[in-house]
Design a protein around this ligand. Sequence first.
Ligand code: 5GP
Length: 187
Amino acid sequence: MKNKLFVISGSSGVGKGTVLKQFLDRNHDFILSVSCTTRKPRPGEIDGVNYFYISKDDFLKSIDNNEFLEWAEFAQNMYGTKKSFVKDCFDNGKNVILEIETTGALNIKKQIPESVLIFIVPPSLEELEQRLRGRHTEDENAIQKRLSEVKIEIERAKLYDYTIVNDSVENAVTELENIVKREVKNG
Ligand code: 5GP
């Protein structure tokens, strides 16, 4: 059986991280790729676990040396997936999951058509709006900006192979398991 590459994207605030964590806890033949980034670690994040935190110079050198499978700029920081990381996982017989934004994801699909793109969406825009308002952390402008970004992302999700609606974490994890099992079986 050939190992597969799965790419997961999702609007921020949809609980993508929680779904992935539960999936990985239950499915040990999958590895979540650790990307390189130029952004600074947030409190609690660990170098080599959450990301490899590198300087912009080193990131640019890696681009020149053709070391990235894909890379993209997001919110003024650079993010990229190292070819060597994915290759090592495959060499160890694991399937690989990339948790990346949409530009990088669509890039991967172009290079590796047999990769599987999965998008996690909120149950509805109305619900996301309610959640954002309920947090009382953003003003009206910021909420409108977030919602229009989510609308653009949902348009891009149409180019993905699968969409999972995160109405409950348990359902979303089960759906993810069903998709990957089917895809791994079909090679
Ligand atoms: P954060 O800074 O919140 O960890 O991530 C910001 C965005 O970058 C998220 O959408 C995340 O999925 C995406 N991202 C993380 N690593 C990579 C990567 O290696 N390549 C691309 N294209 N996006 C990434």
